[in-house]
Design a protein around this ligand. Structure first.
Ligand code: GAP
Length: 458
């Protein structure tokens, strides 16, 4: 450290707790390393749509797989579904989305921009128009957020419907098919992961609010008198999952919706929120939907969606507790949480401390040098490891620079083959977070890495 710098310039570099991470840091790393790009960038981009690159798609798949592993495969009371995105238009009438799924929109008559009324901030939203301080706003009007589409080759006969704004409606519509074919008995849940679409008035904060995104939803069907105990149990289960995939607990909190902001189907909603660089934001909603949806679909379709409990010899319409999580928001929270800037040997190191079970690449295989047969040895070793988990081979540049690239990609283990490897078939395994290295026999490496990356909990 140079002693001549004023304290104010020295402190942030040497005391990482003073560095403030901005969303721009995350966006730029995501682009640089191939996690997330703007959609259609060569055509100028399209607002609210994002592409997940080679690392991003692995990250997103790992999130979805871990969620599925936890809530479907490890439980005997939840089964899965993968339903069509496009549904009969009457579904959306019955669900209340045609009449109720809107945000209040205001338009600035000066700059002609449109805003969500509850999010309008004249300072931020009209920065180049100092005279435009919200005095020229129109009256708020309801703007339906469903994206319209139509099916069929002829305009006259086309069916006009919507891209689903939430994945769960097919779960309600298929409720009877699922429980009768899988012989599930209430209480039980149906889980689904998939795309949802909303014509958000103001997509913002990178992938936090987009127009195309993915949800991981469970509709848990229970007796009406059991709603509250299940709601409390789900609060514990969803919270624990975020910890298991590596989120920092002190950056999470519960937010309880007051009655006046509840969605039309809910009698109680609590959100898990995360402290993003731009402030607290919703990660997951947990709602008590009661019997609203099954009752509505029974009414509109004319098909009875009640349930007969043989043991109790009674018929009832089950209540529903719904944990509804966003894949993209989980990815964003994990990326923000993982992003660290540290000082190592006088240089800044940017490292993504993603949990090994979520990290896109589990191990990088690096020959110390390209010559003397080390590259070939390392390539062969990588081929055996890639059968077990995602790997990456890199021989370009100094070993220190290769470690740094892998730190930015969030790769938890770097395996280096050196001259000793040729003699004794051992390698060094470098831990991304501590940067400590252990020497292991090549035959033990796969089990070592798999042991750290497994979805199984301790
Ligand atoms: N079925 C209930 C439902 O859809 P929601 O609170 O509207 O409830 C659930 O959405 C989750 O979906 C949110 O917590 C969030 O993670 C994700 N989500 C909602 N809108 C989103 C958007 N425009 N962009 C990204 N994720 C979104």
């Amino acid at each position: 450290m140079t002693p001549f710098l004023p304290l104010v310039e020295r402190v942030p570099f040497f005391y990482p707790q003073y560095w403030s991470i901005t969303l721009d840091n995350i966006v730029s790393l995501c682009k640089r390393r191939g996690f997330i790009f703007q959609s259609s960038a060569i055509y100028g981009g399209i607002n609210g749509c994002w592409d997940f690159g080679p690392l991003g798609v692995e990250l997103k798949n790992n999130i979805k797989q871990d969620w599925w592993y936890t809530f479907v495969r490890q439980r005997d009371d939840i089964v899965g579904l993968d339903a069509s995105i496009i549904m009969h238009p009457d579904v959306w009438k019955a669900s209340g989305h045609v009449d109720e799924f809107h945000d209040l929109l205001v338009e600035c008559k000066e700059c002609k921009k449109r805003f969500r009324e509850d999010q309008y901030n004249p300072e931020e939203d009209c920065p180049n128009k100092p005279h435009c301080k919200g005095e020229h706003l129109s009256e708020a009007r309801a703007f339906n957020m469903m994206l319209k589409t139509s099916l069929g080759a002829s305009e006259d006969t086309a069916v006009h419907t919507y891209l689903r704004p939430e994945t769960c409606q097919s779960i309600f519509v298929d409720f009877k098919e699922v429980y009768s074919s899988s012989r599930m008995k209430v209480p039980f849940g149906i889980a689904q992961v998939g795309k949802a679409f909303r014509n958000e008035i103001n997509p913002r904060n990178f992938i936090f609010r987009s127009r195309e995104f993915e949800q991981m939803e469970i509709e848990f069907f229970c007796k009406p008198e059991d709603e509250e105990p299940y709601f409390e149990q789900w609060k514990k289960d969803v919270w624990q999952w975020y910890l298991d995939v590596g989120l920092t607990e002190s950056k999470m909190r519960w937010y309880s919706h007051p009655q006046e902001t509840l969605a039309h189907y809910s009698s109680r909603t609590e959100d898990v929120e995360y402290e993003f660089p731009f402030g607290w934001g919703e990660l997951q909603g947990l709602a008590n939907r009661g019997s609203y949806d099954l009752t509505q679909h029974t009414k509109h379709s004319g098909k009875d969606l009640s349930y007969f409990d043989q043991q109790a010899n009674e018929r009832f319409t089950p209540s529903v507790i719904e944990p509804s999580a966003g894949v993209d928001r989980t990815a964003l929270a994990l990326l923000c949480d993982a992003y660290h800037e540290e000082e190592v040997e006088g240089e800044k190191r940017t490292v993504m401390k993603l949990h090994p079970r979520i990290a896109p690449i589990k191990a990088a295989i690096l020959p110390l040098v390209k010559k003397d047969g080390l590259a070939e040895l390392a390539q062969d070793f990588e081929k055996t490891l890639r059968k077990k988990f995602p790997t990456f081979y890199d021989q370009a540049g100094a070993i220190g620079r290769r470690y740094r690239r892998m730190d930015e990609a969030g790769t938890p283990f770097c395996i280096c083959l050196d001259y000793d490897t040729k003699e004794d078939q051992t390698v060094t395994v470098r831990d991304r977070d501590t940067m400590e290295q252990v020497r292991l026999p090549m035959d033990d490496v796969a089990a070592y890495v798999e042991g750290k990356c497994t979805n199984e909990r301790d």
